[in-house]
Design a protein around this ligand. Structure first.
Ligand SMILES: *Cc1c(COP(=O)(O)O)cnc(C)c1O
Length: 351
């Protein structure tokens, strides 16, 4: 066995995605999916798909989709890369910008996939611990070949101010990839930094705000130089035909995305207020989830009891810094009312 598998692969552990139960009466608040339907144009385009097209390879450079994304952000097609989910975009970033003896930086805690992507490429990890309030305090002379900066951050739901990100990016020697998976739920974003700085990329995904986690489409925007490098090393046909078509019409329909985001932001406000009334500490979320410290009952007991009531949230219990918190995805208003009723019962000791 040990002779057959690369040592770095033997040594690493794989990513463990959040549970995807199929049981219909489960309230699923654990993987930050969008509870609402994607654009109705998605249904239409799927009905219009010519199955003869499926026998052909898709457009390797995804031109029509990239045009729509370029239009949205006011940049050129050469400034847009699309991938099989933003997870692929992140992985290609490491392959394109980190030498074998280079390093990948990221905040801890942030997206738990980053260290695994670094392990896959067998490059050095340089995590930067966030403060106890989950703010950032970079060590003097800190550097890395590539810094993966989740903003707003996950699982903490907090944003780093645009101006701080700008100062950091401008002074940084390597590439800064700002992972803006949740930017549509936030009150500011850093997209302009990707267009004004050669070393900055901003990544987005259709998995959260566009309700399209199932099609796997992520993209990044940046200088033609960095984007060109990613094109060189990608799989020839990394985004399939159906996904290109669905993503194109979904991005064109900004109204549906924004209406869904507004509903989620409104529900988020309501849930945050209620949870604070239970005496929980609730972070100022800029995302489609809440980062909650259930004072009194404690994170693990609340997680376990919610689970027995068929409500699944996310608990990161194996880390000292996150073990007292729960990450709760914002579902539909009825789902969240059920969640709040159940939390109230649990807190009052009614079961
Ligand atoms: C959900 C998420 C992603 C993954 O996006 P996909 O496009 O579904 O691969 C990337 N980064 C962060 C921070 C996320 O929360």
């Amino acid at each position: 066995m040990s002779n057959l598998i690369r040592k770095s692969v033997q040594a690493m552990s794989g990513y463990v995605p959040g549970e995807q139960p199929k049981d219909a009466d489960i309230v699923k608040l654990n993987t930050n999916e969008n509870p609402y339907l994607p654009s109705p144009d998605v249904q239409d385009i799927l009905q219009m798909v010519d199955i003869a097209m499926l026998s052909r390879y898709p457009d390797p450079v995804c031109l029509e989709l990239r045009k729509v994304i370029a239009e949205l952000h006011g940049c050129a097609v050469e400034n847009v890369f699309v991938g099989n989910g933003s997870d692929e975009v992140l992985a290609l970033g490491i392959r394109a910008f980190v030498e074998r003896d280079g390093s990948v930086g990221y905040f801890d805690p942030s997206y738990s996939l980053y260290p695994i992507l670094a392990d896959i490429e067998d490059v050095e990890k340089r995590p930067v611990a966030l403060t106890s309030a989950f703010g950032w305090d970079l060590p003097k002379n800190y550097d890395a070949s590539l810094f993966l900066l989740t903003n707003p951050n996950a699982p903490t739901s907090l944003k780093f101010n645009r101006s701080n990100v700008e100062t950091f990016a401008k002074g940084f020697g390597g590439v800064v990839l700002i992972d803006e998976a949740y930017a549509d739920f936030a009150d500011e974003n850093c997209m302009d930094l990707a267009l004004d700085n050669v070393n900055v990329l901003v990544a987005r995904t259709l998995s959260k705000s566009y309700s399209l986690a199932g099609i796997r489409l992520g993209y990044c925007v940046g200088s033609a130089e960095l984007i060109g490098a990613m094109f060189k090393i990608k799989d020839s046909y990394n985004v399939n035909y159906l996904t290109q078509e669905v993503a194109r019409v979904a991005v064109l329909d900004q109204d549906t995305m924004k209406a869904n985001v507004s509903a989620i932001v409104e529900t988020r406000r309501m849930v945050a207020e209620k949870l604070s009334e239970f005496g929980f500490e609730v972070s100022d979320s800029q995302t489609n989830f809440l980062w909650v410290k259930p004072l009194g009952i404690g994170a693990k007991p609340l997680f376990d009891r919610l689970r027995t009531k068929n409500i699944i949230v996310r608990y990161f219990g194996n880390d000292e810094r996150t073990k007292d918190y729960l990450r709760i995805t914002i579902g539909t208003a009825p789902e969240m009312l059920k969640f709040l009723d159940t939390v109230e019962e649990i807190v009052n000791g009614d079961f």
